[in-house]
Design a binder for this molecule. Structure first.
Ligand code: 5RP
Length: 232
């Protein structure tokens, strides 16, 4: 039976989309890569949203059979709205993955997680043999951490322990990310907090050092991953 619901039908992207024309260009580049039978890992954020719109058009036009593994409730709901069947990592493994980023350095290292979905984003990327990062030029930086803090998902009871350990890793500032639309902090889809950490310097082993802290679920640092970056 099909739900008689307006919620999914009326779903819209909440915020203004910055650099929309450039995002549209990379969205079309991603759609051009879709082949019949693909299982796609789908990232989160506005660029991924625009890519999934372009992919939905291609699916309709060419009558393709595609399944999507979403990295957030939000992107999963947009797939549902667009008629793209969902699957999960316990049923299928992605043929390829695409996602946006907040910062990309010249060595293709990334900061992600403005949307708070970095745990599942990293999981999908780790499971996928091919990964495309789709960005507009505003995301390119010479040095990671220039514009964005490093988001760190933390088990709530561990937050003060994690604070102490991050200070020992020379975090300059640490903020529990506040929610918009609810009082108090952001609670991730996994029930955790997000600590936004600024570091003056991000050495190549910082991702591993952060991950090694008990209570850290994942960070938005992606150092030395197998990614192809598409820039518009
Ligand atoms: C969400 C992310 C996004 O991919 C990143 O924040 C980029 O977002 P946008 O495409 O809206 O600029 O990491 O957790």
């Amino acid at each position: 039976m099909i739900w008689q619901s307006d919620i999914i039908k009326n779903l819209e992207w909440g915020d203004t989309i910055s650099n929309k024309a450039a995002k549209q260009k990379v969205a079309e580049q991603i759609a051009a890569k879709v082949k019949d039978g693909d299982v796609l890992g789908v990232g989160s954020g506005s660029t991924s949203f625009m890519a999934i719109l372009a992919i939905a058009d291609k699916i309709k036009g060419e009558k393709l059979n595609i399944k999507a593994i979403p990295t957030s409730i939000e992107i999963g709901m947009f797939c549902s709205k667009l008629g793209i069947p969902l699957t999960s990592l316990t049923e299928a493994s992605p043929d390829w993955y695409f996602d946006g980023a907040d910062e990309v350095d010249p060595n293709k290292n990334l900061i992600k997680g403005r949307g708070g979905a970095m745990f599942k984003e990293k999981l999908l990327m780790s499971c996928s043999p091919v990964n495309y990062i789709i960005v507009d030029e505003s995301k390119l930086v010479n040095k990671l951490g220039s514009k964005f803090p490093v988001p760190i998902e933390v088990f709530p009871a561990a937050v003060l322990h994690v604070e102490e350990q991050l200070k020992a890793l020379e975090a300059d500032s640490l903020v529990i990310r506040p929610a918009k639309g609810k009082d108090g902090p952001v609670i991730t889809e996994n029930g955790n907090l997000v600590l936004d950490a600024k570091f003056g310097n991000i050495p190549f082993d910082l991702e591993q050092k952060i991950k090694a802290i008990t209570g850290v679920i994942e960070s938005g640092l992606f150092i030395n991953y197998n990614v192809e970056v598409l820039v518009a």
